[in-house]
Design a protein around this ligand. Structure first.
Ligand SMILES: NC(=O)c1ccc[n+]([C@@H]2O[C@H](COP(=O)([O-])OP(=O)(O)OC[C@H]3O[C@@H](n4cnc5c(N)ncnc54)[C@H](O)[C@@H]3O)[C@@H](O)[C@H]2O)c1
Length: 345
């Protein structure tokens, strides 16, 4: 198989995770890394034995003969960097959230179509055995029609990069809603086969961040930087098939412990994903099925899939179009929270 030459843009927390994952996949060589902080680019290139490093991604796109890039930079750079890479004839794996809003996300999809290059969004949870197992139970009809999904990621103390791009709305697009919802909102939409959203009523709160409380999680704090995003957001999303999704995402909250859940209710059965359980009727009894799942490295699985799509010329999962729908919902949650009104599509 022809070797795939990769460049990684952004050598921060998740950039290093991508680099590790690429090293675990055959027929791939990371030939260059870019970070705007030269010291970081140099250090990471040495750490992973990458031949060249850059501080300007456009220079990397120009000088290297790349097959693919991973985009691991702050959210506001996802769309412009993806568009530039696709236009340079390079396939793109872009970190979540796809962009800071649906309009920027749509530009990425349009460019991928025009250039006939692969655009995959790095929604690593799709590659977990937990999610794949639940999807298979759904495919085999155990849940029937899913009419209600409830998803949440709630942290006690997990505000990432306090004062950095993470907590600056212009650069992040928002707080936990845009940072965390892409993972589990995307799963709910995937489990339900991506029905069109028709209405959204959303709410946002900032109770800890503005007082520099509850730091934690990813990112590098920047003292003196601003916090103008929410630290909790929730919403009820109406879908064209009559189904509903309830979403709640928080970086900081007064709860017992960090919690993540994805609950699905169907007319034949229900399911929990964390850990996977299926509830249904069998032999006249209401039963709980507990599938055995493996712990997989979701980042390695995600990158293996991206590489396979490039090698075989197949469509990636998740597709950019699915990411745009997720972004439309997130935009509508913010709009509804701002106006106090329901958003109708
Ligand atoms: N899939 C996941 O599980 C997961 C986890 C964490 C972060 N993320 C996503 O990954 C992205 C990056 O997050 P992070 O935690 O790694 O942030 P980070 O701040 O640790 O790293 C971002 C890196 O990008 C670099 N950068 C900034 N501007 C640049 C530019 N113009 N050119 C090149 N490099 C530039 C920064 O110097 C930094 O090294 C975000 O979109 C985040 O939402 C995804």
């Amino acid at each position: 198989m022809k070797e795939i030459k990769v460049g990684v843009i952004g050598a921060g927390s998740i950039g290093k995770v991508h680099l590790q994952a690429y090293q675990a996949v055959p027929d791939v060589k990371v030939v260059a890394v870019t970070d705007i902080v030269e010291e970081r680019a140099k250090q990471v290139s040495e750490m992973f034995g990458i031949p060249r490093y850059y501080t300007d991604y456009r220079e990397m796109l120009e000088k290297e003969e790349l097959t693919a890039v991973s985009i691991c930079t702050p959210n506001y750079l996802h769309s412009p960097m993806t568009v530039d890479a696709l236009n340079a004839g390079v396939n793109v794996l872009c970190e979540k959230p796809m962009a800071i809003n649906a309009k920027e996300a749509q530009k990425m999809v349009d460019t991928a179509k025009a250039t006939k290059k692969i655009l995959m969004i790095a929604l690593c949870w799709r590659f977990s055995d937990e999610a794949r197992t639940i999807k298979e139970f759904i495919r085999q009809g155990y849940l029937g029609n899913i009419y209600y999904a409830k998803v949440g990621i709630l942290r006690v103390s997990g505000i990432p990069g306090m004062g950095s791009w993470f907590t600056n709305k212009d650069k992040s697009g928002g707080g936990p809603l845009i940072d965390l919802a892409p993972h589990f909102l995307d799963l709910a939409m995937w489990f339900m086969d991506h029905p069109k959203p028709v209405s959204v009523k959303g709410y946002t709160y900032a109770k800890f961040g503005p007082f520099d409380k509850r730091r934690g999680g990813w990112g590098i704090p920047e003292p003196g930087g601003k916090f103008d995003v929410e630290d909790l957001g929730c919403a009820i999303v109406g879908l064209e098939n009559g189904a509903t999704i309830f979403v709640e995402m928080s970086w900081a909250s007064n709860i017992e412990k960090d919690t993540s859940y994805c609950t699905l209710l169907g007319d034949k059965g229900g399911a929990e994903m964390m850990p996977p359980k299926v509830f249904t009727e069998m032999a006249g009894k209401y039963v709980e099925i507990i599938p055995k799942v493996e712990k997989v490295n979701t980042y390695v699985e995600e990158i293996k899939h991206f590489v396979k799509c490039i090698q075989e010329g197949t469509e990636p999962m998740p597709r950019g179009e699915e990411g745009v729908i997720d972004m439309q919902i997130i935009d509508a949650i913010y709009e509804s929270a701002r106006t106090g009104r329901e958003v109708r599509f």
